[in-house]
Design a binder for this molecule. Structure first.
Ligand code: FES
Length: 233
């Protein structure tokens, strides 16, 4: 009987198949050719470029949402309630409370709506009004950057200039009275008593395409001069 054929061994006595396997494995340890390096570099560059495009696509809207709206908080005109405006036009010498819906937008929040009301008076005697409210017409830093009397009317902010309460109108005396600390104002908003340092604050009024509009301004309380704090409620 023929002896069983022995598997071939390599010179070092190892298995020939093992030797072959070891040889193949060694091929990965050989230096890369310029073509391989160039292809790998191209893949790396392409990956960086694609990542950059994806990053920009995500970053632009994210960054955009974090940048405050430049126009937010700026001065805006709001339509006066139509009924209130008509009442003011037919008013005699009595003050008329007119509703407005203030729209405001803070940097990162959706637009907000806040109901407010302003006081309107008809200026029947402009000379008397200017004498009474000299503080609105002096030719220095107190001069307001908008016309106080528009279309023969004046609008007053409903905020008391003393410390910011809402004052009231007294029909019987045709004057204004603040319940918080007792400041009083005459029919044209001039200070007549109490701790307030100035008269009522006027607001800009205009007519746009047949609609009367007011601009809301909040002034600093307490101080005698009118310093704008904000254009929102
Ligand atoms: S807040 Fe009006 S008198 Fe003080």
């Amino acid at each position: 009987m023929a002896a069983a054929e022995k598997p071939p061994y390599n010179r070092s006595g190892g298995d020939a198949n093992l030797s072959s396997h070891t040889h193949v494995h060694g091929a990965y340890e050989e230096p890369e050719t310029p073509e391989v390096i160039s292809r790998r570099q191209w893949m790396a560059n392409a990956t960086i470029a694609i990542s950059g495009v994806i990053g920009l696509t995500l970053a632009i809207p994210i960054v955009g949402s974090l940048v405050p709206d430049v126009g937010s908080g700026g001065a805006t005109f709001t339509p006066l309630d139509d009924n209130g405006w008509k009442q003011l036009q037919t008013a005699t010498d009595k003050a008329v409370q007119i509703d407005i819906n203030l729209k405001s937008k803070d940097a990162y929040l959706p637009e907000q709506t806040a109901p407010q009301s302003v006081w309107g008076i008809k200026v029947k005697d402009p000379q008397k009004f200017m004498r009474d409210r000299k503080d609105l017409f002096v030719d220095d830093k107190d001069t307001l950057p908008y016309p106080v009397v528009t279309m023969g009317f004046v609008l007053f902010s409903p905020i008391c200039p003393h410390l910011g309460c809402y004052y009231q109108y007294k029909t019987a005396t045709n004057s204004f009275f603040c319940p918080c600390h007792g400041s009083t104002y005459d029919q044209y908003g001039a200070r007549t008593g109490g701790p307030t340092a100035r008269g009522l604050d006027p607001l800009p009024l205009r007519e746009q395409s047949g609609v009367a509009q007011a601009e809301w301004i909040r002034y600093a309380p307490t101080v005698p001069n009118r310093l704008v704090i904000s254009y929102t409620s």
